[in-house]
Design a protein around this ligand. Structure first.
Ligand SMILES: NC(=O)c1ccc[n+]([C@@H]2O[C@H](COP(=O)([O-])OP(=O)(O)OC[C@H]3O[C@@H](n4cnc5c(N)ncnc54)[C@H](OP(=O)(O)O)[C@@H]3O)[C@@H](O)[C@H]2O)c1
Length: 250
């Protein structure tokens, strides 16, 4: 079992969905956890849960696309907990739009949230990780980065960018003792795809394309996240763990 007592983690997009589940895993393993997103009520309810269970957590309202906001998230974490050991770049949005109909501001929003946000948070937290000669960056990509999916050009490009960024940063910081890896999930039942799951016909089509014939549950990411957050991955960097019920292997 991964023991993260004494470690400090930051999870972006942790108000709901996969981010919240991964933040719970880190808190359950003993880490102090900063949770960041724009919706304060969701962050506050996470902090309440952790504190009730005897853990430590900090809510940090953050817009991941905004440089100053991301810098404050890191400053607040260091001020409160004294250090940073683990960064999970999870905040993300999706757009399902045929390219010929895609307005440039939608394209920019997807890239800014999924890719620029990952860059901003990694740079801000990385200063501390590199200086202390140890740390973990875990980027949440997507299996859409690995296969062709129509009507998702912006999203797929942003997530392929996250994988390229992961590999580049792994090389840049390997000597400094900082491991940079990615998880590429397939379909997991979260608020991100609530609309899709409400439409029985679309849901059937989606599930039929997954060899495991079901979506994943957010809790199924926890063991992989803990592996990348703990010492088990000290000699592993630049890797992408795909967890998608076999969808991208077809
Ligand atoms: N669910 C899936 O099937 C699936 C599959 C592959 C990859 N992923 C990836 O996994 C990650 C989490 O997805 P999810 O399904 O958990 O999504 P979700 O339920 O929609 O949650 C997304 C989180 O990101 C935050 N976020 C969005 N824009 C933000 C911004 N500008 N600044 C800060 N936080 C922001 C949201 O909070 P606020 O809106 O309050 O800011 C929310 O907490 C995403 O990167 C997604 O692309 C998900």
């Amino acid at each position: 079992m991964t023991d993260l007592r004494g470690k400090v983690a930051m999870v972006t997009g942790a108000g709901r969905g996969l981010g919240r589940s991964m933040a719970q895993a880190l808190a359950e393993a003993g880490a102090a956890v900063t949770v960041a997103a724009r919706t304060t009520t969701e962050l506050d309810s996470f902090v309440d849960e952790v504190k009730t269970a005897g853990g430590q957590a900090l809510a940090c309202p953050t817009d991941i696309t905004d440089e100053a906001s991301v810098e404050s998230m890191v400053e607040a974490t260091v001020e409160t907990f004294g250090r940073i050991d683990i960064l999970v770049n999870n905040s993300g949005i999706v757009a399902t739009t045929p390219l010929l109909d895609q307005p440039a501001d939608e394209w920019d929003r997807v890239l800014a949230t999924n890719l620029r946000g990952t860059y901003l948070a990694t740079r801000a937290a990385g200063r501390h990780l590199v200086a202390q000669g140890a740390g973990k960056v875990i980027n949440i990509a997507s299996n859409f980065a690995l296969q062709g999916v129509a009507n998702h050009a912006a999203y797929s490009a942003s997530k392929a960018g996250v994988i390229g960024f992961t590999r580049s940063m792994a090389m840049e910081w390997a000597k400094a003792g900082v491991q940079v890896n990615a998880i590429a999930p397939g379909y997991f039942a979260t608020p991100l795809n609530a609309e899709l799951r409400e439409d029985a016909e679309t849901l059937t089509k989606v599930v039929r394309a997954i060899p495991a014939r079901r979506m994943g549950e957010p809790d199924e990411l926890k063991p992989w996240l803990l592996l990348l957050a703990g010492s088990a991955s000290d000699f592993m960097t630049g890797e992408v763990i795909v967890i998608d019920g076999g969808q991208s292997v077809r």
